[in-house]
Design a protein around this ligand. Sequence first.
Ligand code: HEM
Length: 357
Amino acid sequence: MSIQATLPPLLRAGFLLTGLMAGAAWAATAPSPDGELIPADEATSTAAMVSAIRDMVQSGFDADGHAVRDAHRKAHGCVQSTFTVLDKLPPALAQGLFATPRAYHAVIRFSNGSGQSQDDHKGDARGMAVKVMGVAGQKLLDDEQSAGTQDFLMMNSPVFFIRNAGDYVVFQKAMTGGGLSAAGWLAGHLFHETAVLLAIQGRKVVNPLASQYWSTTPSKLGSQQMKFSAKPCAGSAFYTASDTKDRLGDNLTGQLASGGACFDFMVQTRAKPATMPIEDPTIEWKEKESPFVPVARITIGAQVPEQGEACEVRSFTPWHAIAEHRPLGGISRVRKDVYLEISKLRHQLNGQPRIEP
Ligand code: HEM
């Protein structure tokens, strides 16, 4: 598939932020206790990103009369599940949501990464967005502080392919500059970012229930930092009969028609800060330095997955979170305003109320 088609929204926008972030000065001289180091001009950059993505959603609405997500546009379905926090977790992991063993209702949206609703045979990232309901405690978004949701957004790669907002802008400029400049960026980043991008696009997934998913970006785990991941439970079997352009949704529906599915939800603590950066999600936190440890189990019973607006009307963001799980790092700081503003605009254009349960 074309790289352009799978790019996150900013990279297709054709707007230029070069210089806003490149060679950025830092707002502080040393990282925070969580390892965050914020560029001084991040707020300016974020505002420009939000503006560009809003323009894209608006122009899609102007063309189609319906506003859609500008990334992870194609849903394979939303499913109902139970998110059960495990009993007897070690104190270091029994933090925030994981402090008390109990079962929560959770909704999961499985998606492709692209901003286009394209054939599932095309190489693309795959997303798993989990919304845990009925979670007590004040939430981080100013106008949704009393919401009951803790979201966990994941994709089927342990690493993202862009380090930070500044690099994102450079990449975008290269991709919108035409074939030669795109090829130049890819060649110049061949052994790191390009390799991550190609690996993401090369992963073959025929049933979204069969893939492992990772946060790629870190969050807090109480006073520590973590990444998280959902992995199909050992011994799971997967329905793979469909090979249509919508095979991921077909196989999800086929599997849940008569059976269920199960994921181990795991966290990985930042045991070695020197090799586990907060501000660079292209660097994998190696499992040999800190393994992923199960803290919850996600069970999905037999059901008919929600399709269409019942699924699309939901809003997922890493910032639907309690303070103990605050997202960390520049890519997630940028996502705070991006996801909120895009969700508000989508709902406003479609005449739908925004209801966060
Ligand atoms: C600066 C980088 C990023 C930007 C600008 C961005 C942008 C977006 C946007 C605009 C949406 C649609 C939101 C909506 O309409 O409600 C979205 C959805 C999503 N993003 Fe990102 N994203 C970024 C990085 C990431 C990363 C690192 C991950 C890794 C887990 C990720 C995972 C997802 C998932 C799973 C969804 C679908 C959520 C759903 O099902 O509603 N994104 N992203």
